[in-house]
Structure formats: C-alpha cells, structure tokens
Design a protein. Structure first.
Length: 101
C-alpha cells in the first residue's frame, strides 16, 4: 500500500449497505482515512484481492474498524470499504497495548 496515491473512496450499492449497517456513516469512514489510521494487511482474508484493516477514531473520539481493499479505475486508485463498525472496548484495549509494544 505504500507509495499508492489514493484519489478517494469508492461507494456503491455493493459496499455501502454492508458498511452502514453497523451505524458508521460514510463521513466517519472518509474522515478516518484522512486522519492517518493504523493500517494492517489482512492476509487471512486476501484470497482474491489484497485486503487491509484500518483502525482509527471519529471526530467524536469513537474507535472505528474498517476492512477495505484498493481498486484501480482509469489508472486512479480508490479505497473501497468492505465493512465498517465501531470497536468494542476490549478491542480498543488490545489495539492500544499493541501500539505501546
């Protein structure tokens, strides 16, 4: 993912309902990516395309977890969210411990 210039977020009928069903808004997902989230490869779920996990906070301080892939369209790269949800307290504690290590 390093060195890839991303043009924006790719939303459509295929991915928005999956992302929105957990209450995270499109704006929260988009702002997450503008605020330098932690990004981790998701090799366990990368059978047909590379998938990534993004972890960060909303403007209100809620921790958000987004699964996404990168898609190329007309030689431009876009983030395509696959799933988005708010993190549970235990996940946040685990993530913070990993960051400290």
């Amino acid at each position: 993912m390093r060195g890839v210039k991303v043009e924006g977020i790719q939303w459509d009928e295929g991915n928005w309902p999956k992302c929105g069903k957990h209450g995270v808004s499109k704006l929260e997902v988009e702002l997450l990516f503008r605020n330098d989230p932690a990004i981790i490869r998701d090799d366990a779920h990368s059978q047909t395309e590379s998938r990534f996990k993004a972890i960060g906070q909303t403007a209100e301080g809620r921790d958000v977890f987004v699964i996404f892939t990168l898609r190329c369209s007309d030689q431009l790269w876009y983030i395509r969210p696959i799933s988005a949800r708010y993190m549970h307290a235990e996940e946040v504690r685990s993530y913070e411990k990993q960051r400290e290590a």
